[in-house]
Design a protein around this ligand. Structure first.
Ligand code: NI
Length: 221
């Protein structure tokens, strides 16, 4: 729990006019905490989150928040989390994709913080897939998303990036981006495609490689 000296922070503040050196930032980062997660019904999940000012990046509190969000995401074995989910109405999301029994084809990516993300373009093609959310424990929904999105964002050191996300990464990004707009995945579900975690696991066991696709499971009924 070492505090950063003000001398060090001043040095970092000067650098921030361009971009930050992650090594400098790591000096000030304390041990991460697991944060409480806001659940459906809390107004913070319905608010449009505020943009992050570039000057905020140099604040130890901001960098600690990023570390805490990463730790919270890892603790829950999730693949994405947005700041409003930890009661911070700011335009920050963490993406951490990795192959798992639940998502065997997921690419390894992150954990990475995307700050003030913007969508530049979206594919016309949409794909349906099951999603869950740390803010609605035990619930899964079948959600249509754009197959790919071209995006830009600022990283935690102030550098700007442009990327194209496809498939699973595009799905994670769109889910987390919605959180920054006060939208939750239940809002995107058409019809009655909401199931419990227990039923979702049954579906995955029946059609693991297809991610428990709805059509293959429902044909049996
Ligand atoms: Ni979510």
């Amino acid at each position: 729990m070492k505090k950063t000296s003000s001398k060090k922070i001043n040095k970092i503040s000067k650098k921030a006019k361009n971009t930050l050196n992650l090594q400098d930032l790591q000096v000030q980062i304390r041990t991460p905490k697991i944060l409480k997660v806001a659940e459906l019904g809390h107004e913070v999940l319905r608010r449009k989150a505020d943009a992050v000012a570039v000057e905020e990046l140099v604040s130890p509190d901001f960098q600690d928040l990023i570390e805490d969000m990463i730790a919270t995401l890892k603790d829950s074995s999730g693949v994405g989390i947005a700041a409003p989910q930890v009661y911070e109405s700011k335009r920050i999301m963490i993406i951490h994709s990795f192959p798992s029994p639940r998502y065997p084809t997921a690419p390894a990516f992150g954990p990475i913080a995307l700050i003030n993300p913007k969508i530049l373009s979206k594919s016309a093609k949409k794909v349906d897939g099951w999603e869950g959310c740390l803010s609605f424990p035990g619930i899964r929904g079948f959600v249509p998303r754009h197959h790919s999105v071209e995006i830009e964002y600022t990283d935690r050191t102030g550098k700007k990036f442009k990327k194209v996300f496809k498939d699973f990464l595009a799905r994670i990004f769109q889910h987390e981006f919605d959180h920054l707009e006060g939208i939750v995945f239940l809002d995107r579900i058409k019809g009655k495609d909401i199931i419990t975690e227990k039923e979702f696991l049954k579906l995955m066991a029946a059609t693991p490689l297809k991610g428990g696709t709805k059509s293959s499971s429902r044909k049996k009924k």
